[in-house]
Design a protein around this ligand. Structure first.
Ligand code: URA
Length: 205
């Protein structure tokens, strides 16, 4: 039997079609594929990274390269599957040479992300790394200072910044106080939020 498509999934696929045709900024000229994002349309938590890299540009899927494998393992460490959350980026197209997306590119692309957030309506938005954190908070602040804090965002939602998995790839230590250890603490907070929301019956998983 073909599974029924929910209203949220239908709305997301409409936004996806717009993204696939997008030529709003210069990144559209050099991309192979747009990277819309993927996961559960009813996710309690959305993870928002920086921008697609080479592997993501090739496959059209977010976080599938080395950093993506680490993200998947971080999720698995608290028994979370990628399919249970929603994973996206601040921009849908790969910046050439994997440079950071420019502010104007993130602004240009934001209506798509905003629409995704509006449809999915997550309780928590985990920003991965300084770029997506600064962009969504509209404030430049060091990720090491702000990670692991719940921050009110747009009345009703919360942003929870974490280190970007690419940054973590540079640090192997898992000792208390290390970035990997802090990330392990952070993902446990994320899991607690998901469990609380589901317990309260406000999630649809
Ligand atoms: N880094 C990101 O920020 N996003 C991806 O999708 C992959 C790597």
């Amino acid at each position: 039997m073909v599974p029924a498509i929910s209203k949220k999934e239908r709305l997301l696929s409409e936004i996806r079609k717009q993204v696939e045709q997008c030529i709003r900024c210069q990144l559209s000229q050099t991309r192979t594929n747009t990277v819309f994002g993927e996961g559960n349309a009813d996710a309690v938590v959305m993870f928002i990274g920086e921008a697609p890299g080479e592997d993501e540009d090739k496959t059209g899927r977010p976080f599938v390269g080395r950093a993506g494998k680490l993200l998947t393992n971080i999720l698995h460490s608290v028994s979370l599957k990628r399919e249970k959350v929603f994973i996206a980026n601040t921009v849908k197209c790969r910046p050439p040479g994997n440079r950071a997306p420019k502010d104007e590119e993130m602004q240009c692309c934001f209506p798509y992300l905003e629409a995704q957030i509006a449809v999915i309506n997550p309780t928590l938005i985990v920003t991965l790394g300084g770029v997506s954190t600064a962009f969504l908070m509209d404030e430049k602040i060091s990720i090491s200072k702000i990670r692991g804090r719940m921050i009110e965002w747009r009345g009703g939602k919360k942003i929870f910044p974490m280190y970007h998995p690419s940054f973590l790839l540079r640090y192997q230590s898992q000792k208390p106080g290390s970035p990997r250890y802090q990330t392990w603490q952070d993902i446990q907070e994320v899991k607690k939020t998901i469990d609380l929301v589901l317990l309260a019956g406000n999630g649809n998983e």
